[in-house]
Every structure is written in structure tokens, then in C-alpha cells.
Design a protein around this ligand. Structure first.
Ligand code: MG
Length: 390
């Protein structure tokens, strides 16, 4: 398949931090995708919460299945737009590697604990995982991924952290947050695929959990349009014996409509600005987009999920407990670093020697962020004698 001129071409990659001989049969971005799939942090995603805690049910999305859905949606759109599917897949599979246990609750709690020490950002942590924390190659720390993959993984970054990245790697992945330029189209596409994926699967998981109902969802225009259409075509789906087919078909149509909308709107934006290369893309405003109408509908669905699901009292209750676990763990390791796993003890001592409490705290944050839900629950029980979420 021929790539568009504005796609990321693997033979024109800005390269890896440590030069390596090209692989005989794979492009650089295929190689990145393969490194990500084989890394330890990727396997941990299966035991990390997306919205519903891992032990609440076997059929809810986890960070792993979420990442696979993002990759599927991203690749499908990339192929239609003649963008680089392998790069999209690599970014999608890696985009959540830095997420803490217990979903956003865990990330918020860890960020609060880390406030005196530079904070905690999950996108930056995903980059830390692939740049520093994975320890599997003889010649370097991390996975030594291509610039374009790392650029896509670092979806957001505060200016303060971008300045630190820029110091360590001038002209690297931090620069665009200082220069306010855009990443490649493949990276932009992954952002949108992420949003489309979680909006859709959180409707499914929300209904499965019983916390939101089909009746409530009728107030969401994007959902109601396709629910009505499906019901008109297949009235028998109202029969409870049909199970969740009405829900699934509605979500399927909703997903397809959003994907086709992004492809059409992005094609139009590309036609209008006609970038001649990925470097031209980086200097333009974001080009991967919804059409105006779909943007509003998708936003309305997002707002519904925020108020009705993510802030549901039952979700908030487990969220509160998850935050307690993270806070207690942070405090325990910060005051008793000998309780960290051996490799992290060594790093914590080195961090404390060079940067004091902040140096140690960063290692503690790395350790906690890398935990699966159940490991965090068990560690919490071991260190506090209290059983929360274990
Ligand atoms: Mg995500």
C-alpha cells in the first residue's frame, strides 16, 4: 500500500536515540510495534483498570483491551487515509503504558503525592517506560523506539516538563510543546481513536455494570439516533430474549459513523492545506478531526459519561478507595524505601543521593505506576495490614 506524501515514511524516520542496524525484513515502525508487544509494561496492561476495577468483572475493558481497540480503530482509519498503519499501531499499543493501577483515580492520587516533586503525568510516564524503565536490552535502557513513535506516545506534556525533556534531548519530543506545533498525522489519529474507543466501550461497560441504562442513553443524540435506526430495522431486538444485541448494534453503528466522519473531515482538511511532508504537517493546525456536527455529538456523549458514569456514586466509592491505596503506598515507600523491590531500592538510593527526596520520590512513583491493580492491593495489605480492593 502506497503511503501518502504527508504520512510518516519509515525510511525517513528521525531515528532512534541509539543507532541500530536496520532489521532485514521489518520497517522501523514494525520493529517498534514488536518491541512494545514484547515488553513487560505491555503485559501488565491486562491487569490495569480502564474504568471498572479489574476484579469487578471479567468482561469489562482493561487497559490492554482498550489499547487493542484503539489500535484497531486507528489502523482502520490510517489505511483509508494512506497513513502509516504500523506507526499508528505502535503508538496505540504504547499510549497507556504509563498508566497507574486503578485508572484515573490512581493517576490523580499519584499526581497529588508527587506535587512537591514535579508531579506525575501519565503520558510522560508512558514515554519514561519506553525510554528508561524497560530493562531488556544489553546496550541501552528502555526500548530505544523511533522519534515518531515516541512523539505519538507523548500526547500531552506540561511546559515545565517539556522544558526538562528539551534540556535532555534538544530538538526532541519535548520541543513541540514549547513551540506549540503538532505531531504527525499518525499521532493525531491515535488521539482521536483513543477518544472514539473509550466513548464507545464505556457505554458498553456502563450498561453491563448496570450503572447506566439504555433509557438514560436516549438523551445522548449520537446514541439515540442509531438506537432508533436499529430498532426500526430490527423491532424484535426489543425482546429481552435478544440480550444486548440492540446495544451492540447501536454501538457498532455509532463507531462506524464516527470513523467515516473522521476520514471524510480529515480528507477535506488535508485537501485544503495539502501538506507536502510530515514536517509540513507539524507546522499546520491539527488536521485529523471530526466534522463540526460529529464533534458536538461526541462531546455530548463524553459529558454524559462524565456525569452519569465516571462520577456515579458507586464508581466514586471505589475511586476513593483506590486513591487511598496509592497514597498509603507512596507514603510507605517514601518513609521505608527498603520495602521497594530490590532493583528499585538501588535506584531510590541513587536518586536520593543525587536529588534528595525528589530523586527518591520519582523512583517510588515509577514503582507504583508500574503496578497492576492486584499487586498494588496486595502490597497495600502487606504494608498497612488493611485490606482495600485486594
Ligand atoms: Mg487510552
Amino acid at each position: 500500500m502506497t503511503l501518502a506524501v504527508f504520512a510518516c515514511h519509515p525510511d525517513q524516520s528521525r531515528g532512534r536515540r541509539f543507532a541500530q542496524v536496520p532489521a532485514p525484513t521489518r520497517t522501523e515502525f514494525q520493529r517498534d510495534r514488536d518491541r512494545i508487544v514484547h515488553c513487560t509494561a505491555f503485559r501488565r496492561l491486562v491487569y490495569k483498570t480502564q474504568v471498572f476495577l479489574n476484579h469487578e468483572g471479567d468482561l469489562f475493558r482493561t487497559r490492554l483491551t482498550h489499547s487493542l481497540e484503539v489500535a484497531q480503530l486507528g489502523r482502520s482509519m490510517a489505511r483509508s487515509l494512506a497513513l502509516n498503519e504500523d506507526l499508528v499501531e505502535a503508538i496505540a499499543l504504547a499510549h497507556d503504558l504509563g498508566h497507574t493501577p486503578f485508572g484515573h483515580a490512581g493517576q490523580d492520587a499519584l499526581n497529588a503525592c508527587m506535587q512537591p516533586f514535579g508531579g506525575f503525568e501519565h503520558n510522560l510516564q508512558s514515554l519514561r517506560v519506553v525510554d528508561h524503565l524497560e530493562a531488556r536490552y544489553p546496550e541501552f535502557d528502555g526500548l530505544n523506539l523511533c522519534f515518531e513513535t515516541r512523539e505519538g506516545i507523548l500526547k500531552h506534556c506540561s511546559r515545565a516538563n517539556a522544558a526538562l525533556l528539551e534540556q535532555a534531548e534538544p530538538g526532541g519530543v519535548g520541543q513541540r510543546f514549547l513551540a506549540r506545533t503538532q505531531p504527525s498525522l499518525e499521532a493525531q489519529l491515535c488521539n482521536l481513536a483513543d477518544e472514539i474507543a473509550y466513548n464507545a466501550h464505556d457505554v458498553d461497560d456502563g450498561v453491563r455494570s448496570g450503572l447506566i441504562t439504555l433509557e438514560q442513553l436516549r438523551e445522548v443524540a449520537l446514541f439515540e439516533e442509531f438506537r432508533q435506526q436499529t430498532q426500526d430495522e430490527f423491532p424484535h431486538l426489543l425482546d429481552p430474549a435478544q440480550g444486548r444485541r440492540l446495544l451492540y448494534e447501536t454501538i457498532r453503528r455509532m463507531l462506524s459513523a464516527q470513523v467515516y466522519d473522521v476520514i471524510a473531515a480529515t480528507r477535506l482538511a488535508l485537501k485544503q492545506s495539502a501538506p507536502a511532508s510530515v514536517d509540513a504537517v507539524r507546522l499546520l493546525p491539527p488536521l485529523v478531526c471530526f466534522g463540526e456536527e460529529m464533534r458536538a455529538k461526541s462531546q455530548a456523549l463524553k459529558s454524559f459519561l462524565l456525569s452519569q458514569l465516571y462520577r456515579h456514586p458507586q464508581v466514586m466509592l471505589t475511586t476513593g478507595q483506590a486513591q487511598q491505596v496509592v497514597r498509603d503506598l507512596f507514603h510507605a515507600y517514601q518513609t521505608q524505601p527498603q520495602e521497594l523491590a530490590p532493583g528499585f531500592q538501588t535506584r531510590a538510593a541513587l536518586g536520593a543521593a543525587s536529588e534528595g527526596a525528589a530523586g527518591q520520590a520519582r523512583v517510588v512513583a515509577d514503582y507504583i505506576a508500574g503496578m497492576t491493580d492486584r499487586f498494588a492491593g496486595r502490597e497495600h495489605e502487606r504494608l498497612t495490614g488493611q485490606r482495600l480492593l485486594a
